[in-house]
Each structure stands twice: as C-alpha cells, then as structure tokens.
Design a protein. Structure first.
Length: 71
C-alpha cells in the first residue's frame, strides 16, 4: 500500500516555492534569518521541500486530498 499523495506537478511547485522562500531570507537582506519571520519562512520552505521529496503531505491525508493519480 502506497501512502504517496503528492503528484509530479505538485512536487515541482513545492520545491520551487520552498527554495524561493529559503533563498529570499538569505539573499534579500531585509529580513534577518534569526528573526521570527526568517525562521518561519525557512521552516515553511523546508517543510515544502521535504514533503516534495517524500511525496507525502500530512495535510492532504487529513483532508482526503491527493494530487497523485492512483495506480
């Protein structure tokens, strides 16, 4: 039984948004990475990238959603 519920397009979008969030904090210079906003953005980016790599989103599972087609 496969628990994967994140499809290919969804994975790509998650990786791009997650990387953009993390890069913005370190490259923009107007938000300190150690501030609350910086830590929150880095955590959100890491969660998006992590869920993309494991192809599983706990929130999708709670709400019964899936963007990955069933086999």
């Amino acid at each position: 039984m496969s628990f994967a519920n994140v499809g290919s397009v969804d994975r790509i979008i998650r990786i791009l948004i997650g990387a953009a969030l993390i890069a913005y904090i370190f490259l923009a210079g107007n938000v300190a990475p150690s501030s609350g906003l910086g830590i929150g953005a880095i955590a959100a980016g890491a969660i998006l990238i992590g869920t993309a790599f494991i192809s599983f989103c706990p929130l999708y599972a709670i709400f019964g959603l899936r963007t990955r087609p069933k086999k």
